[in-house]
Design a protein around this ligand. Structure first.
Ligand SMILES: *Cc1c(COP(=O)(O)O)cnc(C)c1O
Length: 365
């Protein structure tokens, strides 16, 4: 294939090339294969649909990809690489499932966890010298703080250490952590890659051959393989990722500015706003500011709950990165009580700016 832009790669990659074959890799619901060929048993040898998904995302990120049954299955395959007593560093703001997994291993005495502020770049580069796993998430969930990946990923790290960036919120179109020097870029494909709230899947992408073999091995022995239908739907989702992202991101920028001007909104967190604490890093590192907005409703938890119940077009739901806009009050989620009580996390979909603004306006009133 000629060298393509990411927009064209999303459309062209991962397709069968034999004359007479369908243009899309068909769903092949197979565990078992006739012996003597490339495949033996799918948990081990992979399946055509997963490989299409892996090929597309690998090409975008610039590495080799392994697909998993969910984002958390991908996360678990990374933690599976740690030896007993390993030092793990997590951001103060990150996906709660990752914190839970890290805490549960710490309780069992498997590793030690420390946490650093996402924006504390010097502390991260210092930690890189003796940490075994540096886990970054940028922009972070739900405060949308942007880590200085260029600096942190290029700082010298302990031999054998693994630096991971959870790239779910940025998508490979807005940010490619391997190019900054990360060892692994991780995705919950459940979100933007799938893009339609109808599947669970995850991905790890790495340009370190040894690490690729190790996480793939972990998938095989732990059985964390993606489903046939899920991989098919994720590939279908990827075909339109560039369009969906472009549209939703445009709208998100306009909505963030509009929300910022509302009296019933106390604070807006969107990396594209000049007022955002890490706006400068975001502008230099991201190809787009994304589709996620966090904002604090004036009047705290009660007011925010009323907004969630008042929206009609926007769905009151937890997940994100889909064609439909979704919103929830994050501090209402068990384990997230440390967040500002009135903080609403809005995932902007591909509806029109006017309709979304009108919906928020009536719900905020
Ligand atoms: C959803 C999410 C995950 C976990 O992925 P699942 O597909 O739900 O297992 C990890 N990180 C981030 C940033 C997420 O949004």
């Amino acid at each position: 294939m000629p060298k393509l832009t990411m927009q064209s790669w999303l459309v062209a990659a991962g397709r069968p090339e034999d004359p007479g074959s369908p243009l899309n890799v068909p769903m092949v619901p197979a565990s078992n294969f006739d012996l003597g060929g490339k495949r033996i048993y799918s948990r081990d040898s992979g399946a055509p649909g997963w490989e299409a998904l892996e090929e597309i995302v690998a090409g975008l990120e610039g590495g080799d990809a392994v697909a998993f049954s969910s984002g958390m299955a991908a996360v678990a395959a990374v933690f599976d690489q740690l030896g007993r007593g390993a030092r793990v560093v997590l951001p103060d703001d990150c996906y709660h499932g990752v914190s839970e997994l890290a805490k549960s291993g710490e309780r069992k005495g498997l590793w030690q966890v420390s946490r650093l502020a996402v924006e504390a770049t010097d502390a991260w580069t210092a930690a890189a010298q003796d940490a075994d796993l540096l886990w970054l998430e940028s922009p972070s969930n739900p405060l949308l703080t942007v880590a200085d990946l260029r600096t942190i990923c290029s700082a010298p790290r302990k031999e054998g250490a693994i630096l991971v960036v959870d790239n779910t919120f940025a998508t490979p179109l807005n940010q490619r952590p391997l190019q900054f020097g990360a060892d692994i870029s991780m995705h919950s494909a459940t979100k933007f890659i799938g893009g339609h709230s109808d599947l669970l899947a995850g991905l790890l992408v790495t340009n370190r051959a040894g690490l690729y073999e190790q996480v793939r091995k972990s998938r095989t022995v732990n059985g964390a393989t993606p489903g046939t239908l899920e991989a098919f739907l994720a590939v279908r989702g990827l075909r339109t990722l560039a369009l969906r992202l472009e549209q939703a991101q445009e709208t998100a920028g306009r909505l963030a500015r509009w929300l910022d001007s509302c009296d019933s909104v106390e604070r807006v967190r969107y990396p594209g706003l000049e007022s955002h604490p890490t706006h400068a890093v975001a502008a230099s590192q991201l190809d787009g500011f994304g589709t996620m907005i966090s904002f604090d409703a004036a009047g705290g938890a009660e007011a925010a709950d009323r907004v969630c119940l008042g929206v009609k077009l926007i769905r009151h739901a937890t997940s994100l990165g889909s064609v439909e806009s979704t919103m929830e009050r994050r501090a209402a989620v068990p384990g997230q009580e440390h967040l500002p009580p009135g903080l609403l996390r809005l995932s902007v979909g591909i509806e029109s700016f006017e309709d979304l603004r009108d919906d928020l306006e009536q719900a905020l009133a």
